[in-house]
Design a protein around this ligand. Sequence first.
Ligand code: SF4
Length: 363
Amino acid sequence: MCQENTLMFVPQDAKSFTQEQLARWLGQYGIAPYRAGQILRWIYQRGVYSFSEMTDLSKDLRQFLSERLVISQLETEQVQTSKDGSIKYLFRLKDGQHIESVLIPEPGHWTLCISSQAGCGMGCKFCLTGRGGLVRNLESSEIINQVCAVRDDLQDPSSLTNIVFMGMGEPLANYNSVVQAIQTITGNNGLQFSSRRVTLSTVGLAPRIDDLGRDVKVNLAVSLNAADNDTRNKLMPINRTYPIEMILSACRRFPLPSRRTVMFEYVLIAGVNDAPTDAERLARLLRPLRAKINLIPFNPYEGTEFKRPGEDVILAFQKVLLDHHYTAIIRHSKGGDIGAACGQLRAGSELKAQRSRLKGQED
Ligand code: SF4
């Protein structure tokens, strides 16, 4: 290669490729496609950041790859540990934007809540992140790198077993990157998470729920927050495009493995959606589905008009659902002392970790 070409050459990120794409890229240079799996295993399973460490590749191939590819990683700007054990990671992206991931302790393992966008364009009224609007979609490598960075930071990387797309952003609004990231997170030559332990939470972009069920295996969670369209329209503008009925029909079509359920998240807001009649309506609404419900008492933040319901109201709401034989779990906020008590850091059974936008109240 002449010097001029070398100067113009911009290395590509190996993490931006699926295995198939990397095999094709290697093929252009006459390199056997099976090398793609080998390279990706080094990157994702052995956690290397330099091609020179890939000792089962020839020296020439390592050199060739080093000249043309990079292995990206996120810059960790801040790590804060809460008294309850939740750990917030603030990452700086290459264009200076910031995203957050939250590691949530569970008995015997960790759950990591990751972001899919910088900011969010969904504008849910109870959400501080939504107030700032969407900055940009994350690239698939930026999604994957949240998992890589946190895993690298753990003494026992195998203790990170669960991934939830419940951080900043609406994952289905960044569909292609999120699906590619899920493929790498669950792939045999990727990070090898069990698809039963990866959950995507959405406000309910109905056509994309159908796509998701077709394209990848993942658990589905829906941020519902109201049992009638009038209330939901007021809380979540997206409901005017995809009203409750459309979302629930998409959930009914979602391919659920046996004994799996769709998780519905419901932020309880005083005087807005917390009446026993709302709970009755919710119970009737979800009846055709295999559903579980997470009840998340609203966690007020400065400047919000909304309030958290009293404990008796929360318990009465739950009781209605339990009487209808639903699994309905009240989530308790985590991470209050690291600015994460905005309803995002929630732990409990099943999903264990909920949306973890550290800047605002979430689904
Ligand atoms: S609640 Fe979730 S989807 Fe709604 S604005 Fe906030 S981050 Fe976006």
